[in-house]
Design a protein around this ligand. Structure first.
Ligand code: FAD
Ligand code: DLZ
Ligand code: SF4
Length: 529
């Protein structure tokens, strides 16, 4: 059953001739979305649907499904309140056809639109399907640029042309100039483009200093209804459904942003890379799920952070560090995804093929850092960047886990995960599966890094100071074993020159011990995978 708005005003019947059927996908919940720019209240209809295929093509975290379905329902209500006609299929509607394509077919049959108006989607598989629709359905299809992003796919493609290796830093500087962000005339505010060196302070102030959490919300009636459906239909998916505290409307997401800028952004820079047991959010913004589904727009977030700096409320290193993530990294990884797809999905430069160990789902491992990050991921559908990169990702790299399995895990477990942003971070940033297109060297690190940036090692069965032996931190021997195993592929990387010199000077006994401990550990891992 399609939901026909009781609130539509002077917009005629849903069966009246339809000019454009304007699609709004779950990650396109933006009032001025491209496909809604020229919306005509009388002649156009909005299409939205909750479908099993999107929830199960990878078995998304329960919280992610509940969040998106609730946000979609709230968004549809807002559109109806503006007088828009909305053709909305709920997940439990009896005649729900189960996929985007089948639901579009049903809507075309009922509404007979002259044209489908689409906004460029976030995943290649969806774009491919859309490209087949004109032939399949015999209807005009127009796919519009997603202008919520600040660099178009074509602009990025032009930027990468003739560059063998890309550097985010240069892209970011161009974006700062183009959008006039944190500039002083033509120069960077404060004289430097990047204040990262000031943003790596360890958590030496103790756990007490990290008590700040993001703004949370109590589930309303719509969210509670959705949670019941998710529990019943997707109850065997990974992750905890409760407690549920996500924002599900734009107004709420704006409150989260405002709260972050006022109370937490001032400290974001200094401790951006720190990790503390029991502190999942630290001073991170927790807005990625909101930006990625469209409730917040990247440029307004950047403007809010810059304004806080200009008002003297936030230090430059915090504002710049935060803005770089959105204006730099977020746009950069999206560009790489579209330039490199579909081949990017099969990249495996290091020929890593170990199956994903079961503990990535259960959290049951003696490595306390992994256990903490996986448990928090399960609870919150969230982990902050350094947990994703330097703990969970670092282990996947060192253990040689299969990129396809690692990509699927990251796409499942995080509420902010869509392939355009997940895949470059996984294949490019953590696994070096693209051979160094995105990152200039693998982000490999031993236990010492985790010990410096967190308090995880204090509560661990393993000893971070031990390099070999049964009590030694696995990250320590896996680190050298990774470099040893991949010597042929990595030794030519100029950023790894010193490390390979050290490995080259290592005595035979030490190398043998490393290989032995790594083999023992990795064989056991595969047994349980
Ligand atoms: P903050 O630390 O407060 O940063 C602010 C914003 O900057 C984020 O909300 C996000 O929009 C943007 N950002 C920061 N780093 C990145 C980055 N590397 N790439 C793109 N945007 C960035 N981010 C996702 O949005 N979706 C994903 O599926 C995703 N998968 C990741 C997988 C791995 C292996 C790694 C290492 C990183 C991944 N990231 C992903 C990037 C980053 O970890 C998250 O954006 C961030 O943790 C979200 O939390 P936050 O909103 O508190 O971010
Ligand atoms: C992630 C997701 C889920 C779980 N469910 C839906 C849905 O039922 N309907 C919908 O429109 N979108 C959903 N999404 C988001 C889509 O997967 C996303 O729009 C595509 O992957 C393109 O980025
Ligand atoms: Fe992780 Fe090693 Fe520290 Fe344990 S000792 S928490 S495994 S880094």
């Amino acid at each position: 059953m399609c939901f026909i708005s009781p609130l539509r005003r002077g917009s005629g019947d849903m069966k009246a001739a339809v000019r454009n059927l304007c699609l709004v996908l779950g990650d396109q919940l933006t009032h001025d979305l491209a496909s809604l720019h020229d919306f005509d209240l009388k002649r156009d209809v909005i299409w939205m649907c909750e479908v099993a295929e999107e929830a199960t093509y990878v078995r998304h975290h329960k919280k992610k499904i509940a969040f998106l379905f609730s946000a979609m329902r709230h968004f549809a209500d807002e559109l109806r309140a503006k007088g828009y006609r909305v053709h909305y299929t709920h997940i439990d509607d009896a005649n729900n056809a189960g996929s985007f394509e089948a639901e579009v077919a049903r809507a075309i049959h009922t509404l007979k639109p002259e044209k489908l108006l689409l906004t460029f989607p976030g995943e290649y598989r969806v774009l491919e399907a859309m490209r087949g629709w004109p032939t399949k359905f015999g209807v005009k299809v127009e796919i519009l640029e997603d202008d919520r992003f600040l660099c178009t796919v074509d602009e990025f493609a032009t930027w990468v042309k003739d560059r063998k290796q890309l550097r985010m830093e240069f892209f970011y500087r161009e974006m700062r100039r183009r959008y006039k962000i944190l500039l002083n005339g033509d120069d960077p505010e404060g004289g430097q483009w990047n204040y990262d060196s000031e943003n790596r302070k360890p958590p030496d102030g103790g756990a007490g200093m990290f008590q700040s959490t993001p703004l949370f919300f109590k589930p309303d009636k719509i969210t509670r209804e959705v949670m019941e459906i998710v529990a019943a239909r997707f109850g065997d998916h990974f992750g905890d459904l409760e407690p549920f505290h996500f924002a599900v409307t734009r107004d709420q997401a704006l409150e989260v942003l405002d709260h972050f800028i006022r109370e937490r952004l001032p400290f974001f820079g200094d401790h951006q890379d720190a990790m503390i047991e029991g502190q999942p959010w630290m001073y991170h913004s927790f807005i990625s799920a909101y930006i990625n589904c469209g409730l917040l727009k990247p440029l307004e977030v950047i403007a809010a952070a810059e304004q806080a700096y200009r008002n003297g409320k936030v230090p430059l290193n915090a504002a710049e560090g935060f803005i770089r993530q959105i204006l730099g990294w977020r746009e950069f990884v999206r560009g790489i995804y579209w330039v490199k797809m579909p081949a990017y999905a099969s990249e495996n430069f290091l020929q890593a093929n170990r199956p994903l160990p079961w503990f990535y789902w259960s959290g049951e491992t003696d490595m306390n850092c992994m256990k903490q990050c996986i448990t928090e991921t399960k609870q919150n559908a969230y982990a902050h960047h350094i947990q994703r990169l330097m703990v969970l990702g670092n282990f996947a790299l060192l253990a040689g886990l299969d990129p396809k399995e690692v990509n699927e895990w990251y796409l499942v477990v995080y509420a902010d995960a869509y392939e355009w942003v997940e895949m470059p971070n996984v294949s490019g940033m953590i696994l070096f599966a693209d051979g160094g297109y995105l990152a200039s060297k693998p982000y490999a690190a031993s236990g010492a890094y985790i010990d410096k940036m967190s308090n995880y090692c204090k509560g661990c069965k393993y000893k971070v100071a031990d390099k070999n032996g049964k009590d030694a931190c696995p990250f320590n021997y896996l680190y050298w074993d990774f470099l040893d195993r991949n010597r042929e592929k990595l030794r030519g990387n100029h950023r790894l020159g010193m490390i390979y010199n050290t490995l080259g000077r290592m005595g035979d006994d030490r190398l043998a011990a490393i290989r032995h401990d790594a083999k023992l550990f990795l064989d056991k891992l595969s047994d349980k995978a």
